[in-house]
Design a protein around this ligand. Structure first.
Ligand SMILES: *Cc1c(COP(=O)(O)O)cnc(C)c1O
Length: 409
């Protein structure tokens, strides 16, 4: 099917919204349209005010990844995320790449991360020539197991091969136990980089996601809890790290009138156009967290009585943003396995996705070391992510209904 392009117009306000409707998958069909709309996992959601912000930005002439708008976004993000220093960049992956660079990762270094995560957590480090060691997660939070980490660090210290950096991941809105992880790493002087791309708005031990790590990375990709249509951020309480990262993010250009480069950097700036959207979206963060937690609570109310169905837990010390609602299907007790559920939902026009396939099982990481592994693998085999964005209660009831029909009751 050919994609219908949006006609170019002089101003955004004059853009042909009807044609935007046709290419955006998540727009509600008009009243006379036939089948109900397809439900997606985490579609982008407007906060209201983006159009006006975009128009003002375009009129202002500030489009580049520089000037007052990215700066205002960084200040607002620092406030919302609870950090002193923020650098906004073109993606969450770019933020991770810059973090590995400023933490001094070089070829042959070891980088340690949980296996249960999205590939972007460690892909930049692997591309820089680091060797990745994966560790299992703990069942109570689905995040990096601090006890396993503590033992593995002691062992690595005895063998004289401590990692350059440890990278816990805040999974599906749930923060890792950063206190325990940082104290295990401090003992050996290993810095902690938190991949908090999925968990802006989440909390661990009464602190915002990533707070307490040397650096924390965030994403404003279209499927995240707030989006700028793409983008990311690197946050820290150490101003020097952010200053260095900023230098690398802009081609490592020295502040001379001519172009002078003592080292090489990247082009990772955050466009003013995206920053304008991000500024509006940030204001909706708290409302988004409440809404996603309410979606999760409705799944629990509608499904938790079924045999063999359970949900990603929330440890007593955490408050998940519930970016995605995730359930586990025990095939023996439920009467159908995860894939049967996924296919039934798909046939009913509902997107769902298996939990991240652990990275130690990915062909791209063949030969990487894995410490533990049974917990992550079990979550992959039985875990399913359900639609978690804005939905009418009736739409969420459709999801619940399809799953209930499959149950052995
Ligand atoms: C989304 C995500 C990223 C990458 O963010 P992008 O902005 O898409 O580059 C990194 N890590 C995790 C865990 C993510 O979910």
């Amino acid at each position: 099917m050919a994609l219908r392009l949006i006609p170019s117009t002089d101003t955004l306000a004059g853009a042909d919204l009807a044609s935007i409707d046709n290419i955006l998958p998540f727009r509600r069909p008009s009243a006379e349209a036939g089948p109900p709309r397809r439900l997606h996992l985490s579609p982008p959601q407007l906060a209201g005010g983006e159009m006006q912000a975009l128009e003002e930005t375009l009129r202002s002439g500030w489009l580049a990844p520089a000037g007052p708008i990215p700066k205002a976004f960084e200040a607002a993000f620092a406030e919302a995320a609870g950090f002193d220093e923020v650098l906004a960049v073109s993606s969450g992956t770019a933020a991770l790449h810059l973090s590995y660079r400023v933490l001094g990762v070089t070829p042959g270094d070891e980088v340690w991360a949980p296996s249960l995560t999205f590939v972007a957590t460690v892909a930049p480090a692997a591309q820089m020539g680091a060797r990745i060691t994966f560790l299992d997660v703990e069942p109570g939070s689905w995040t990096l197991d601090p006890d396993l980490l503590r033992d593995a660090l002691a062992q690595a210290a005895r063998e004289g091969r401590l990692p350059r950096v440890v990278v816990p991941v805040d999974l599906y809105g749930q923060c890792a136990d950063l206190d325990a992880i940082v104290s295990a790493c401090d003992r050996w002087g290993v810095p902690v980089l938190s991949d908090s791309a999925e968990s802006l708005g989440g909390q661990g031990r009464l602190r915002p996601a990533g707070k307490g790590a040397r650096l924390a990375c965030f994403s404003f990709n279209g499927n995240k809890i707030i989006t700028a249509g793409g983008g990311g951020a690197l946050a820290s309480d150490d101003a020097r790290l952010i200053t260095t990262a900023r230098h690398f993010s802009m081609q490592a250009k020295e502040s001379t009138p001519h172009y002078q480069h003592e080292t090489l950097g990247y082009s990772y700036g955050f466009s003013s156009v995206l920053a304008a959207v991000g500024l509006v979206q940030l204001r909706a963060l708290e409302a988004r967290v409440s809404a996603r937690r309410a979606v999760f609570a409705r799944y629990v109310a509608g499904l938790a009585d079924l045999p063999g169905i359970s949900f990603m837990p929330e440890p007593a010390w955490g408050r998940s943003s519930r970016w995605l609602s995730v359930m586990l299907v025990d095939p023996e007790r439920f009467g159908a396995d995860r894939e049967v559920v996924r296919r039934a939902l798909d046939a009913a026009g509902i997107e769902s996705r298996p939990v991240w396939k652990p990275l130690h099982l990915q062909p791209a990481f063949r030969g990487s070391r894995m410490i533990g592994g049974g917990v992550s693998t079990g979550f992959f085999e039985r875990g399913l992510c359900l639609p978690s964005g804005a939905m009418e209660p009736g739409e969420q009831a459709r999801v619940v209904e399809v799953i209930r029909r499959l149950a052995r009751i």
